[in-house]
Write a protein of this length. Structure first.
Length: 94
C-alpha cells in the first residue's frame, strides 16, 4: 500500500492508517473472500483491476458478507506493485 492509500465504500472513506488500524484491531474481520470476473488493465507503471469480491466478513461485529464490485488502482515501484486506491460497493439484493 502507498502511504496515501484510500479506501472508499458505502461505509465511509478510510486512509491507510485507519484501514490498517481497523484490520489490526479486529474491527474488520475478513474470514474469506473470492475474486471473480477479474479484469486487470496495465498502463506502463499503473494497473487497474475490477471485478467482484465475495466476502465472508464482519465490521464491528456486524456481518457484512456478500458480493461487492470493486475497482483497485495499483502503481509499480522498485519494491513491487502497491495499492493506491480501492473502491468497493455491495451488490444490491445479493
Amino acid at each position: 500500500m502507498t502511504n496515501d492509500f484510500i479506501y472508499i465504500s458505502e461505509r465511509g472513506v478510510f486512509d491507510k492508517a485507519h484501514y490498517v488500524a481497523n484490520l489490526a484491531a479486529g474491527t474488520i474481520e475478513m474470514r474469506a473472500f473470492e475474486n471473480t470476473e477479474l479484469n486487470i488493465r496495465v498502463h506502463h507503471d499503473m494497473a487497474i483491476s475490477t471485478g467482484i469480491a465475495t466476502l465472508q466478513a464482519s465490521l464491528e461485529g456486524r456481518d457484512i458478507s456478500g458480493p461487492e464490485r470493486f475497482t483497485r488502482v495499483w502503481i509499480r515501484e522498485a519494491r513491487g506493485w502497491l495499492a493506491v486506491s480501492l473502491h468497493a460497493s455491495q451488490i444490491p439484493g445479493q
